[in-house]
Design a protein. Sequence first.
Length: 551
Amino acid sequence: MASFSSSTGNPDKGFAQRFRVISSIIASTISLMLVLSGCTPASVGSNEPDAEIPVVYMSAIITTNTDPAIGIDAQNLMFYRNVYEGLLEYAPGTTDLRPALAESYTVSEDGLEYTFILRDDVRFHGGAEFNADSVVASFDRMKGIGQGPAKYLTRIAKWEAVNPETVKITLNEPYSFFPGTLPWLPIVSPAAVQEHSTDDDPFATKWFSTNSDGTGPYMLDNFVPLDRLDLSAFPDYWQDFTAGVPTKVTFTEVKDTATRLELLAKGTVTFSDGGTAFAPADLTLTQKAEGISNIVQPGLSLRNIVLNTTKEGPMTDPNFRKAMILSFPYDDFLDYYEGWGDSTNGPLPPGMAGYNDQLPDFEQNLDEAEKIFEKGGWANSGVTLNMVSVEGAPFQQFAATILKDALGKFGITMNSVVLTWAQIPPLMADTNTAFDLAFLNIGANTDDPTDMFEVPFGSTNTAATGGYNWSNIQDPAIDSLIEKARNTQDEDERQSVIDELTAKVLSYNSVIYTIAPQDVNPVLAGWEDSKYDVIFGLTTVRLFYTKEIVR
């Protein structure tokens, strides 16, 4: 197994240090605990429907904008999935769709028209009634803003209110996965938009960036960007708050791993974004720690190292990139994950529709890598690469460390740079500042497997356009195969197209697929029956569907 560099520290020593942190209660009170002292989770056993049950969700990053039409990153989703709703929703922890603001829907025989019957007992937080006009206005707003969830409107030809309780959506062409996009299209109050709009801001984006008016179970009480969000139960929510369901929610930003472990051990926080912010060894610790439980679910995501194919130098050569893929120590990374992840064989994670278990998993082959580096004249020739990873994600830094060591065997230097997430996309978007390699988590956005291709490989999703195609591949053949897979209704035929698409993507040698992680999130004991969403990233939890276990 590859060892940590001296700057990273010995893994066993680090494990012991973390164990002492999580097992001990220090005497001094840190400032963050003072901030949270007013919202310490209720003791296990509160089971009255009207009892106040506050919970604290600890995140590595808090959003800077609360408008659901703007952002769809994890930090945005954890807010708006608790405050806003769509016509349909995914059952927690699954890819199964079920009614939300729409009670039911029908589909025309040609697969083009979807008719939704809406609930008639829904109100917005501001008091306005929800109806078909609310849906039309919200779709119009998302299209007008043209960011975030607007991408899911592009397949729709028109949307219209048939009557106050009925909405009809007509597609450009049949798309069997269309219902799975509807949870991404949150409904906002048209009354709030009208009240807070201006000539320069017709969609009231300024107001919605720090305020909210949705139909969800929680209302926004307080928002401090990059610090905290406070929510409270909406008293007129169309579903009942039953015993054990949280009534007050605080999202707070905590980056430091030791502090995060300590807060969990003390019971100061209830939920965490574990899998993306804790090292696997920390998850093993929390699995054993008294007072903490790990929620373990299949993860429909991949941990990728993206290779920038347009970066000047050897990165433009697919053979050089192939040798890099062969150099990565996959077994070492699996060992580092301590059983919290599985090996990978391509752009789809295990468990995703379209996944082909007949493809071979990636394996390190240093002999073959050496032949390619030698033949290309890259070995011991002064090649220097720069890789960026996200601050607060230790698994990314470990991946960079073992890849750096592997490439060093061939005289290739790789510098590892750690930045905040907010810093990275703008740098990747500029050819002058883009890195050769970047760690990027890719997760399922819907039950449609082609999303796992379009997001990192679609021609319109390059870094320069604000997308996550950081390899900067622009291939009409890939775009065409993505559309063909989406438009193919027969499952066997669709699988054939996805297999062809997978082969095409892999031929570019543009991604090191390091691991398919499980979705592991440490929570306060008593909340282990909760479910995180496998859609919307691995850290989103809709707290209305959580419940404290009655003991």
